[in-house]
Design a protein around this ligand. Structure first.
Ligand code: C5P
Length: 213
């Protein structure tokens, strides 16, 4: 049996917020529920848990080491500081792909009919871990897709050098973002896949951990 004593899981969760000005930001609908459910399930199995969370309105399990961050760059820095301590890396957060090139120090004023925002790519935390992690660290990515689900998920598995990609269909309102339930397909290397039928996020979390650990 897999020995979980003294093993650590690093989990990212929630959205990131990318500042536009003192009162506005760019973000997404991620609630953090899936990442927090994985943290709870992992603690239940006896793992140490480091939870790097974007802004969410959930309370973290007491036994987790919680690191709160706001932007993608802060999340990147927190993960890079912590990842060496972990045996399993689960990147569940819905990180903003882009951030405003500059955030205004003062509130952006309403002027012309149109306003163009210039955005720049954020660092890809999962991809960076794919390149840096040790061979004995298990790397799990998530893919929130609205179309061509399997194709996109398999592309990510390969390009981000993950051991597993957990794919969920965020076009459906009964699962995924904000919902208490989820239904996922876990793709592993060597063409293995597992269909996890609709269930509560905590039960999906337990099943995912069973597969990847
Ligand atoms: O490419 P995409 O953003 O859809 O990939 C999703 C996966 O990559 C998730 O596991 C997410 O946490 C991770 N990711 C990341 N850093 C980013 C973008 C995505 O860690 N900047």
């Amino acid at each position: 049996m897999y020995d979980r004593t003294n093993k650590t899981i690093l989990i990212t969760a929630g959205p990131t917020q990318e500042k536009l000005d003192p009162v506005r930001y760019i973000s997404n609908y991620s609630s953090g529920k899936m990442g927090f459910a994985l943290a709870e399930a992992a603690l239940g199995l006896g793992y140490e848990v480091i939870l790097v969370s974007g802004p969410v309105s959930l309370s973290a399990p007491k036994k987790a080491k919680l690191i709160n961050v706001t932007s993608a760059r802060e999340m990147y820095d927190a993960v890079m500081t912590q990842y060496k301590k972990a045996d399993i890396l689960m990147m569940v957060a819905a990180v903003a792909d882009y951030r405003p090139v500059k955030s205004s120090k003062t509130k952006i004023k309403k002027k012309k009919e149109t306003l163009t925002l210039k955005l720049v790519k954020n660092p890809d935390i999962l991809k960076a871990l794919g390149a840096k992690r040790r061979a004995n660290q298990t790397l799990v990515g998530f893919a929130a897709e609205t179309n061509h689900h399997e194709k996109h998920a398999l592309k990510k598995l390969k390009e981000k050098k993950c051991d597993y990609i957990v794919m969920n269909n965020v076009a459906r309102s009964d699962i995924g973002f904000q919902s208490d339930n989820n239904e996922v397909i876990v793709f592993g290397k060597n063409n293995i896949s597992y269909n996890l039928r609709r269930a509560s996020k905590i039960n999906i979390a337990k099943m995912i951990l069973k597969i990847v650990t």
